[in-house]
Each structure stands twice: as C-alpha cells, then as structure tokens.
Ligand binder design. Structure first.
Ligand SMILES: *Cc1c(COP(=O)(O)O)cnc(C)c1O
Length: 321
C-alpha cells in the first residue's frame, strides 16, 4: 500500500478559497447564561446555519470542486446517514455534476427528502445488514462514478477544517476546542487549531454508545464497532479512518463521550435559551464541555455546533421529554 499523504494546514487555506462564495461564513454566538454557568467565555461556531444545515457542505464542496472534467461528466457517488448526502447533492447541483446517494432505509425523512430536493438520486440500503461501503464501491465502479466518502478523504478533511479556521480567526487564541466525531470534522479542526492557536486543548466528543474513537485514540490502533444505537445519527461511525486516525492521534488531546440524555438536555438548552434548532449530534461538543465546566473556569472555549437537521417530529419528542 502506498504511503498516505495526510492533509495539512495549507490544504485548509486552499479549501477556504475554493468554497468562498459558496459556503456561508457561519455566525459565532455567545450566551451570557452559558458564560455565567461556566464562569468562562464560550464561543459557539454555528454550523447549523451552514448551507444545507451542517458543516458537511464545506468538505463536499472542496472535494467536488477539484473534480476533473471527466469526473464531473460521469458524476459523484456517496454513502451517508444523512448530512453528507445533502452536502454532496447540493454541491453537485451547484457545480452541475450528477449525484447518486446511498442512504440507510431508516434515515430521517427530512434528510432523505432534502437530498432528493437537491437533485440527488437516492439508493436505499439496510444499515444493520448490508455494507454501505461495498454498495457504494460497486456503484462507483460499475458506472464510473467518483465516490466521495463522508470523512476519510483528504479533500473532505481539509474542507471541514475551514469551520475551525473561521472560528479561531474571529475569536483569537482559545484554551479549549470541543468538536464532535466522526472523524473528518475533528481531524480538520485539529489541523486548523494546531496552527492558529497552538496551545489550545483539542477535544473530540462521541456518543457513549459508540466510543470507538476514544478506544482507538487511547489504544493506538483503530477499533471497529457495530453501528451504535444513539440519537446522534451523524456520529454513528463504526471506526476512524486511515486519514483521520493519524491526524487525530498527532493533534488531539483527548476524546470524551456523552450520553443521549445529556444530548437531549443540550438540545433543550439551545432551543429555550439561544433560540436555536440543533440536531442531537450537533450537541456533542457542548455536552462534553458542560460536563467539564469546573475544569474550564476562566478559560476561553470554542464549541462547534455541527448541524441542525432534525426530523421535526423527533425534535418535538426530544423537547417534550
Ligand atoms: C457528519 C456529522 C458529524 C460527524 O462528522 P465527521 O466528519 O464524521 O466527524 C457530526 N455532526 C453532524 C451534524 C454531522 O452531520
């Protein structure tokens, strides 16, 4: 196997230029209530206000805008539990590229409808019995499509890193940054934060039900798990990737886990106090910071809110409790 060329900070700078004019420069919000609760300054990078409702537009747009004419004509394929699908479909539509998306049969209805709405062709599979990666690869090889994976791709990682770059350029140096994983957003954020704010503690956060990232990070080898059952449907990954794992190992300080109950508490907090719709996965970073607020007193803290795409019926049920 040839040696991997890992993305670097300069790739994030190039990605920022490529996606400019397409991606939203999302707002950074603060809350006096949160700052008082923490005895600290907390900055929320609100990727729930990104186009299609999550940071994934950044990575998709960065990857697709580097396609050759031949790749553009043949089309793109993606397998995704939701937001990556929408991100690829929207980026492809903006660039005039046909998109085929492999989605789980039980993906949130709003995410399937949105993907179709952006012009993506949806192919369904059963995520408990079928291997989406195999399905995606078969489609790609049969029809000559270029497969863009949701996180383990250097162009995707570089694109995702632009969110933390924007955050740190606006806030200046931070003491701690909390990012959900997955892997792609954390790897990109870590590359950006290491360069722009070298002393910043960088923390990944994943659902308790699927702590493969934490186990991989602490053991030094990629741990594979079954699809975890959690309301954080954007972070149901089964393993870190060949690109994301070494970047995370080299640049991240620790990985924490949070329960679904803590995610619901944060979803309610965002709705009630900050008037923001945040999807369960989008609450991971804040939930972990909140659980450590004693240790964070007096610090400057960044939290990436990764997305806001949640089926309204489930959202209502989460809020009502
Ligand atoms: C995909 C996704 C994640 C996880 O991102 P990775 O790049 O796989 O780490 C987190 N939150 C939301 C809202 C997502 O869509």
């Amino acid at each position: 196997m040839s040696a991997l060329i890992l993305p670097e900070y300069t790739d994030i700078e190039a990605a920022a230029e490529r996606i400019e004019g397409y991606a939203n420069k999302t707002p950074i919000m603060t809350s006096r209530t949160v700052n008082e609760l923490f005895g600290a300054e907390v900055f929320f990078k609100c990727e729930n206000y990104q186009r299609m409702g999550a940071f994934k537009f950044r990575g998709a747009m960065n990857a697709l805008s580097q396609f050759s004419d031949k790749q553009k004509a043949a089309g793109v394929a993606a397998f995704s539990s939701g937001n990556h699908a929408q991100a690829i479909a929207l980026s492809a539509q903006l660039l005039g590229i046909p998109a085929t998306i492999v989605m789980p049969h039980d993906a949130p209805a709003a995410k399937v409808a949105a993907t179709r709405g952006y012009g993506g062709k949806v192919v369904e599979y059963n995520r408990y019995t079928e291997d989406r990666e195999q399905i995606g690869r078969d489609l790609a090889s049969k029809r000559g499509l270029t497969l863009i994976p949701p996180y383990d791709h250097p162009h995707v990682i570089a694109g995702q890193g632009t969110a933390a770059k924007e955050l740190l350029e606006e806030t200046g140096e931070l003491d701690a940054l909390f990012v959900c994983l997955g892997g792609g957003l954390l790897a990109g954020s870590a590359l950006a934060a290491r360069r722009i704010s070298p002393h910043c503690g960088i923390y990944g956060v994943e659902p308790q039900a699927g702590n493969d990232g934490q186990r991989s990070f602490r053991s030094g080898a990629i741990v594979h798990i079954d699809t975890p059952e959690t309301i954080a449907d954007g972070a149901q990954t089964q393993h870190l990737g060949r690109y994301t794992f070494p970047i995370i190992q080299q640049n991240v300080d620790d990985i924490f886990t949070v329960s679904d109950a803590e995610l619901i508490t944060c979803m309610r907090f965002f709705a009630e106090r900050m008037k923001m719709v945040v999807e369960p996965t989008g609450c991971l970073g804040f939930a972990a910071a909140r659980a450590r607020k004693q240790a964070l007193r007096g610090k400057r803290i960044g939290v990436i809110i990764s997305g806001g795409n949640v089926d309204l019926r489930s959202y209502g049920a989460f809020l009502a409790g």
